[in-house]
Design a protein around this ligand. Structure first.
Ligand SMILES: [Zn+2]
Length: 183
């Protein structure tokens, strides 16, 4: 029985056919990419995440900072919250999280607190990335918990999605500036 409210990340497939199976990184990233497209359709920064435990999808989520007026409503955080709720536990020991973009410091911290075993992302984030680009929250040996990491799966598609989103935003901003009486 799924009583998911609109502010929640979703779990399982839409058709109620039970938990979705993920056999490998390609399949995990495919689902994360679908979530990123869902974010794009809602005019949110297109980032998606999926939490997998024992080969089954626990939860999926996408960035919803605008819709929820919540700067912490990143794909990974929403997916982690939903996954923990579904699993009925406070930690997701052994889980793998697929996310289209390298986790920021906040999300990397949340992934570490959740004790996930492995984090896989498609592209790095040179401006916010807390996993490898600007910090090593997931792998620093001083951390209480460390995750395995992997990257690069579906990178070209994720990069194109992000580029298209931000180019569109810049074009709209420019058009508004150029419209008489709008400046
Ligand atoms: Zn984040």
């Amino acid at each position: 029985m799924d009583h998911a409210a609109p502010d929640r990340a979703r779990s399982g497939p839409e058709d109620g056919s039970g938990p979705q199976r993920v056999a490998n990184d390609a399949e995990g990233m495919e689902l994360a990419l679908a979530e990123a497209h869902a974010a794009l359709a809602e005019d949110e920064v297109p980032v998606g995440a999926v939490v997998v435990l024992d080969g089954l999808v626990l939860a999926r989520g996408h960035n919803r900072t605008r819709a929820l007026c919540d700067p912490t409503a990143h794909a990974e955080v929403l997916a982690l919250r939903r996954a923990a709720e579904v699993a009925g536990v406070g930690r997701l020991v052994g889980a793998t999280v697929y996310t289209t973009v390298e986790p920021c410091f906040m999300c990397a911290g949340a992934l570490s607190h959740a004790r996930v075993a492995r984090v896989v992302w498609a592209v790095r984030d040179p401006k916010f990335g807390g996993a490898v680009s600007l910090g090593a929250v997931l792998t620093d040996p001083r951390m209480n918990h460390r995750c395995q990491i992997a990257e690069g799966e579906r990178a070209d598609e994720v990069r194109a999605l992000l580029r298209g989103f931000f180019e569109d935003k810049r074009r709209k901003a420019r058009d508004n500036t150029n419209t008489p009486g709008q400046a």
